[in-house]
Design a protein around this ligand. Structure first.
Ligand SMILES: NC(=O)c1ccc[n+]([C@@H]2O[C@H](COP(=O)([O-])OP(=O)(O)OC[C@H]3O[C@@H](n4cnc5c(N)ncnc54)[C@H](OP(=O)(O)O)[C@@H]3O)[C@@H](O)[C@H]2O)c1
Length: 361
């Protein structure tokens, strides 16, 4: 191995800022690895997961442990909310994941010194998803999003439900297949890890599960779910969708489905037309798999389970229906492409390493 980093100490790179050229050493490493990809150029980055002991943080940690290019900075769990310890790690890191409630995510960003040109931030919370200065962490959004992410210093990782909704709707709205004032609605079934530690504790309590939690439960029935702003903005729709999330008695997995009424479209589209369109739009995307139009062999007991993509970063797209009614659906892991996997995919892009590193397709 051609290890430029012959000195095993990471101190050598401790002032590294940006693999794209702000730091001359990283610029040299990046250029060498770009022009001579057969040479393995050892590059290490200091990464801090704020909220490492929560649901999303633990799943990011799992995906990073053992990577030779990542040095994880740590705070003991008991001191995880200590602002002084956090400030130290947030400012020493090349890249930070925020896996925190919204308010804590905003506080963490405020702990980064204004003159810190080093630390890049990936926020998994809802706090910055429609903020104009933050880049939305969905590389597959359109032809330019990957490059926007590669150059970004602040990235908002999409919400889990929003990921499925936007993967399905953005291409259709952008192409004019679905008009911007379409009365969109969506249903999304999620495993209970989507509610973080608090909901996991309810479902996994040692006492018997109350009957109310044994059946799937619709929630956010005030129709003001916190993902709605990003769903509307990133889909390009003029109005928020009517969105009904449902949590089930299973840990992980997500299935987002959206009805499309061809009679409300400017031009008639059949399921075969939409399937051909998605197949072309997502061609070459390593993590987006447009499933065959005849998806009957993917049904189990005539049903489409929500859990099939668990522990991967894959999102599967399905088109069902007939000339009168179409159902488009996205299936993925709420903790994979819906959270932690997506965050690691964005990290890979920001650091200039192969996008699929450490992620199962
Ligand atoms: N779970 C999902 O499927 C999912 C998907 C996409 C996005 N997200 C988003 O990701 C974020 C984290 O969600 P989660 O499900 O991982 O939640 P979680 O399981 O509750 O974990 C959050 C962690 O952050 C810790 N924490 C709270 N305030 C903190 C502070 N000021 N400093 C340091 N640590 C602090 C919590 O500790 P305590 O428990 O002691 O407070 C907990 O360990 C949320 O904003 C959520 O909306 C989650």
């Amino acid at each position: 191995m051609y290890g430029l980093n012959a000195n095993s100490s990471n101190e050598k790179w401790s002032d590294a800022i940006d693999p794209r050229g702000e730091n001359p050493v990283h610029a040299l490493q990046y250029a060498l690895s770009h022009f001579f990809p057969v040479l393995e150029i050892a590059m290490t980055y200091k990464v801090f997961i704020d909220g490492r002991h929560g649901t999303t943080g633990l799943k990011i940690d799992e995906r990073l442990v053992g990577r030779p290019d990542i040095e994880l900075l740590d705070i003991p769990e008991a001191a995880r909310k200590d602002p002084a310890r956090k400030r130290e790690c947030l400012n020493a890191a090349d890249l930070v994941f925020l896996c925190l409630p919204d308010a804590a995510a905003k506080e963490a960003v405020a702990l980064i010194r204004p003159d810190n040109a080093r630390t890049r931030v990936l926020d998994a919370s809802t706090a910055h998803r429609t903020h104009p200065d933050w880049v939305y962490g969905l590389p597959e959004l359109d032809g330019g999003q990957r490059q926007r992410l590669q150059n970004a210093r602040r990235v908002a990782v999409p919400g889990c439900h929003a990921t499925g909704f936007i993967l399905l709707t953005h291409p259709l709205v952008a192409a004019g297949i679905v008009p911007t004032d379409y009365p969109a609605s969506a249903c999304s079934v999620t495993g209970y890890t989507g509610g973080g530690k608090a909901l996991i504790a309810r479902y996994e309590a040692p006492t018997p599960l109350p009957p109310s939690l044994q059946s799937p439960c619709a929630y956010a029935l005030g129709l003001t779910h916190k993902h709605l702003p990003e769903m509307q903005r990133m889909s390009g729709l003029a109005h928020p969708p009517l969105f009904v999330p449902i949590v089930g008695n299973f840990a992980q997995g997500m299935l987002v489905s959206i009805p499309i009424f061809p009679r409300l479209l400017p031009k008639p589209f059949t399921p075969a037309d939409l399937h051909a369109f998605y197949s072309e739009y997502y061609a070459g995307e390593p993590f987006i798999k447009v499933m065959p139009l005849d998806a009957s062999r993917f049904l189990e007991n005539d049903c489409l389970p929500a859990t099939t993509c668990n522990d991967t970063n894959r999102a599967e797209i399905f088109v069902f229906g007939h000339a009168g009614q179409i159902l488009i659906a996205a299936r993925f892991d709420n903790l994979g492409k819906g959270a932690s996997g997506a965050a690691v995919q964005c990290m890979n892009l920001l650091l200039g390493v192969e996008e699929t590193t450490g992620l199962a397709t």
